[in-house]
Design a protein around this ligand. Sequence first.
Ligand SMILES: Nc1ncnc2c1ncn2[C@@H]1O[C@H](COP(=O)(O)OP(=O)(O)OP(=O)(O)O)[C@@H](O)[C@H]1O
Ligand SMILES: Nc1nc2c(ncn2[C@@H]2O[C@H](COP(=O)(O)O)[C@@H](O)[C@H]2O)c(=O)[nH]1
Length: 199
Amino acid sequence: MMQVLPIQSCANTKKDQSPGRLIVLTGPSGVGKGTLMRSLLQRHPQLYYSVSVTTRSPRPGEINGKSYYFISRSKFEQLIAEGEFLEWAEFAGNYYGTPRETLLNQVQSGKLVVLEIELEGARQIRTSFPNALSIFILPPSFDELEKRIRGRAQDSEEAIARRLCRAQEELKAADEFDIKIVNDNFETALNEIEAALFK
Ligand SMILES: Nc1ncnc2c1ncn2[C@@H]1O[C@H](COP(=O)(O)OP(=O)(O)OP(=O)(O)O)[C@@H](O)[C@H]1O
Ligand SMILES: Nc1nc2c(ncn2[C@@H]2O[C@H](COP(=O)(O)O)[C@@H](O)[C@H]2O)c(=O)[nH]1
């Protein structure tokens, strides 16, 4: 188990700076988290998005260092052993993790930091950072979720099956989160996230 410093214990060196806050966006694969996140970041450039590390292969159009840091499994395992992740999980056959140092620096400097991560990682963050705001994004229906994953046309049939199977488990955990938002109408869902963040 990695040792994680609570944000509150990270001394804030500048007296007039309020500490930042951690926001966690979670939900089943294909629900629209990434699309919502991109719009949110465009509308609110003051937000800091934590770029994750993964062992998944890049999809067409994904940029190393922007979409993810793409690394090998052995390198990821080395980083786990070195305690470089704030949280990490295995999802549908690949590792995903949040780099610790940059994120803590951003929070300490007063930023609102947003993470888009799966359920196990969100649970780890909740344990380590009880003050983090956690948001769960729901699909309007399971059929619509499947339609969106397939419509994205980025995953193999095997990957889609794994993601849908995992989605059934993730949806059962929605009540663990501070706020639940149904991503049916995109604009409405985005407005609801904004309300949660900036109220
Ligand atoms: N409200 C919406 N109505 C219809 N389609 C949507 C809506 N929101 C997102 N989508 C579409 O659903 C597909 C999946 O969205 P996205 O890739 O953002 O999901 P995700 O939750 O980030 O998935 P993953 O966790 O696998 O990365 C995309 O094609 C996106 O354009
Ligand atoms: N626990 C973590 N989960 C993460 C992280 N970065 C992304 N994710 C989640 O993984 C799945 C699959 O993502 P995809 O890009 O392969 O579709 C999805 O739920 C992401 O939110 C992370 O750093 N930690």
